[in-house]
Design a protein around this ligand. Sequence first.
Ligand code: ADP
Ligand code: MG
Length: 590
Amino acid sequence: MRDVIVGIDLGTTNSTIAFVRDGRPHLVDVDGSPLLPSVVGLAPDGRLLVGRAARNQRHLYPERTIGSVKRRMGEDLRVPLGDDRYTPVEVSAMILRRLKAAAEAELGHGVHRAVITVPAYFSDAQRTATREAGEVAGFTVERILHEPTAASLTYVEGTERSGTFLVYDLGGGTFDVSIVRVQGDLTEVLASHGDTRLGGDDFDALLFDLLRRRFEEATGADLREDLRARARLTRAAEEAKIALSSQAFVQVTEEHLAEVDGVPRHLDTEVTRADYEDLIEPLLERTADSVATALREASLLARDLDQVILVGGATRTPRVAALLQERTGRAPHLDVDPDKAVALGAALHAARLAGEATGRILVDVTPFSFGTSYFGTLDGWPSNDCYKVILHRNTPLPCRQAELFYTVDVGQDAVDVTIFQGDAEDALDNLQIGRFLVDGLDPKARENSPIVFDLALDLNGILQVTVTEKHTGLRKHVVIEDAFRRLSPEELVAARLRVRAALGDDEDEPTGPSPIGAPPPDLGPEDRAAWAGAVALTEKADRLRADLDGADRDEVDELTEALRDALDAADLDAIRVHSAELADVLFYLE
Ligand code: ADP
Ligand code: MG
């Protein structure tokens, strides 16, 4: 029988176990989910609880529940659990045993060897304690691996990817950022920085306070001593936070949350994503400062980074990726599941130690971004063609995301909705894939009345768009069957012309059929963009040359010809080179 080595992410909030099967890392479900809450408790009947059940009783029986024990690793103390007291190593071993049992149940045989991950900032004492916990749980600990290294491994495995990565890990209670360099089989952490008191739990706490304040102000209740109500609100806050990762707003309702003068009072309030983002912005700013510090310590600039990798459940809050993009100029990589990346990487490392070959981790992601045009400011001018991405490229499928937009006029009775595929800032530079009118809006509505755009995309490229007038619930649902379709460059140009004409925007784009054939069908999105750009350039050259004479015209003709030849030969390197040359010349002649 093969001797499996498992990989374990022993987290502050959640722990995960994985192993490589048939060359691919595989996550083991514990109680129906690969994320086991890192919580240990004693049930009222004296049973030891590990995981979800322990977590659920945490706020009701704090004296019989232990969470976040990872923070205590390496300390010489005992934590009370009912009438007993346990060392942090022992509590961690209880969690590890639960993971081990789940892996053994799935494999049908014993598991004895493990790779366990720790944060890059862990001291020797903390590492040793982690190793001991593994041994107490019955493992031979083959390696203690850095979490950012494991996450990087997940990202590069089976690809040609290498270089310098920024791993941004925001978990439940801790934040750390590491700069990792990967070259072939060699991985090193160049710098690591963070905040061991910052994570998704703090976001929950801010939402909790918002909800508590609103409830107390509306009802005059006082929840300071009301443990049960506080436990319910804590859970409601986390649920609301998770909902706001994919919804633009959330309605929080808790029936009979408390009694005031013997009368039951309910909580019923709405939290928008904007409310939530305002609350957490100062905390995210602190993480951005850590990012800057880590870069400084590694003597790097943001532009030296090859990739930004998101790790940790709390990075599912969309504002996190947006902030990082603002600060580093890089769109973070979203195609590895943030709260599983560390365990998967640990399993990959374990398989290497066991001498097994592993392959690429395939995740289906959307190859394109999708969004909508809106009225705003473009290049300093008011424009109807501003563009907002709603579903980002490289997001794992299926995916769903909602955004709020606002009407412009008082009593506005309709919105004209246009859905595009692409990332360009000017909506008209993207591919229009759907357009429809939502009419019958509330005539009494004020300006800036919120309209919710909800986009849901499945593996087959079926895009469901739902537009809802928020306060009336009036909605229109449209299904776009072929959101992944790619137009040929000719179709693209023609489509843009149609859109511009329809919108009364008569920029002089080329007309008539293009003399150039369609690109090879197997091009990736970047090559396809290069191709389309080249076609557009040859057309622009044809238009401009009539106004040129002498040497200028000869030069344009020569370069255009070279570019056409490159297109005919489908030689993408040549297409890029000649496009750049022709673009330069046209720029000066225009
Ligand atoms: P850790 O590394 O600390 O064990 P995780 O990586 O599992 O933690 O992250 C846990 C945190 O992620 C929790 O605060 C949880 O509420 C948060 N989280 C999980 N899913 C989401 C989501 N969809 N949106 C926002 N936060 C989430
Ligand atoms: Mg973690």
